[in-house]
Design a protein around this ligand. Sequence first.
Ligand SMILES: [Zn+2]
Length: 323
Amino acid sequence: MISIRGLVFALLIVHSADAFAETALRAEPVADRVWYFRGESGQASAANQGYTSNAGFVLTDRGVLVFDALGTPALARQMLAAIALVTDQPVRRVIVSHYHADHVYGLQVFKAAGAKIWARSEGQIYLGSDLARERLAERRRTLAPWVNADTALLAADRWIELAPGETLSFAMGGTQFRLISAGFAHAPDDLMLYVEPTAVLFAGDLYFNGRLPFVVDGNTRGWLAAIESMRTLGARCIVPGHGAMSCDIAADLNTTADYLGFLRAHMAAAVEELTDFESAYAATDWSRFSSLPTFDAANRRNAYSVYLEMQAEVLDAAAQPQH
Ligand SMILES: [Zn+2]
């Protein structure tokens, strides 16, 4: 006779097998030997099983290079299955765009499959933080059973030391790649991957396609510098960390740079004049941006984040020795 526990377990397996079938990942072509996986829009939830971010892969003559690992081990297994439909070559290396939950919880699957993980050394800041532990506990509740007690935060096999804007070139299986440090822009450890032969840039969360970026916890000064480095790359198409890939790069970069510059100018003026945030927000004419998707969801929090950033910059400047 089957126990209640056994029955629940059996139901869970049936339930998750059904659910996985619904979200079987499909690799979308980007360029010759380059594909990406496009997550759904919105917050991570049981309905989307945490599939809210993008990842990608590049086939070389000797193995597969993966960019980002998605938000659950289950999704990473789906990625491996989709890659296996394209090639029987193994995944040899995974590049981490930055240590945020929706990009790294699949790392353990690639590691178990023999891949080496590369990330910027600043990723260790996140791994050692309370935020990382709290987020994992939260995801074990909200994304069960896809994130569970077996889901771990994984350190990189190679921590890369790069100054802002600095690059690291390497070849794998005859394909040339370039890693580009974006300093501290969206996160302290932002890292982009440029695929030289096809001029495709995997930009992680630094690139937003036709909508307002999410600035909270970022650094707009670093972000604007990263945008300038993206302009000079000569990329043909960019795969963002969220949303569809884009080949209309100049327009998207202009939108983001224009918005970040606007936020900085208006919030800096408010800080200089000792205007409180509420009054400054209410007095700003947002009409240039208010028709863009995600304005309602993002703008107020973005503005507040930049207001705090400008306060810190003004205090920093005031603390410099006077000559
Ligand atoms: Zn992120």
